[in-house]
Write a protein that binds this ligand. Sequence first.
Ligand SMILES: Nc1ncnc2c1ncn2[C@@H]1O[C@H](COP(=O)(O)OP(=O)(O)OP(=O)(O)O)[C@@H](O)[C@H]1O
Length: 331
Amino acid sequence: MTAGAPAGPAGPGPAAGLAVETHGLTKRFGRQNAVDGVDLAVPLGSVFGFLGPNGSGKTTTIRVLLGLASATAGQVHVLGREMPRHGRDVLPRVGALVEGPAFYPYLSGEANLHRLDTANRHAPSSTRAARVAAALERVGLSHAAHKKVRAYSLGMKQRLGIANALLTPRELLVLDEPTNGLDPQGTREVRSLVRSLAAGGTTVFVSSHLLAEVEQMCTHAAVMSVGRLVAHGSLAELRRAGRAHVRVLTPDPAAARRELLRLGMTPDGGSDDDGVTSAVVALMPDDAPAPEAIAAALVRAEVRLRGFAVEEASLEDRFVALTGEGFDVAQ
Ligand SMILES: Nc1ncnc2c1ncn2[C@@H]1O[C@H](COP(=O)(O)OP(=O)(O)OP(=O)(O)O)[C@@H](O)[C@H]1O
């Protein structure tokens, strides 16, 4: 975020290498801040997971990014241009699937795409048929091109929505909960489509309330909770930020706690496992001694070790800690 143009009077300029950048993005509805001071940085070429429980402000943020709603405060740059001021230049380069496109159920998938393409004044009519065919092919719907949309499954409709977003080449694709309501097969199809689009160089910004989905598709993620961004970075960075802890099984919990404290850790109260052995769990700070040094120190302090383990925090532990809510980790 530091490689930007010099700050101008209107605030910082867009940083190079970012598909989406926001500073202090805020959207208020009445007295509620649905989006509250959000600073987003979506690297070009990333698959960016925008994760958060229902109602945390994801759709509102996306609507502001796409110029469908105005921000109460803050700056937004999409593909390096300030929004909504440059929407006319930027939006033709952005494909979006937000709240599902409206298709005519009595028209075929192909006819629906023709109709939607006609409405795009930037789309040349001479190449329409070829572009519609290519988009259907891209999402694996060529075989159903002539089928009426009312006979499509939800997954097929969702893929048709993505095909619509792909009718003209896009640098950025914004998908709001693209697998919502899909069965496992439909979910897998959409996921693999997202991966193949990203492999072709498109930046994909995808919102989800499913942690597992973000872990499987995304290179980067941001986590929203009650309108605020509570974590942001590559998946590897987010995983690293989760603290490891040690778990000690011992009949001497008081001595174990004293020694762990002396080593700079914060042990919990300890739980009685079987009336004889207790489990003492302590968070490991960044500068904690190596696990073998901790174990050796415990033994020197005459703590009888019946078990010793270092456990990494899972991404799920971390997100639950950040949002105070459990994520639905179902497929
Ligand atoms: N047009 C609106 N008027 C008033 N409040 C709104 C409006 N749109 C959204 N909100 C409120 O803003 C908050 C954030 O909603 P938003 O739809 O952005 O969340 P979300 O994370 O996308 O959740 P979901 O996955 O359920 O759509 C919610 O409390 C919602 O009720």
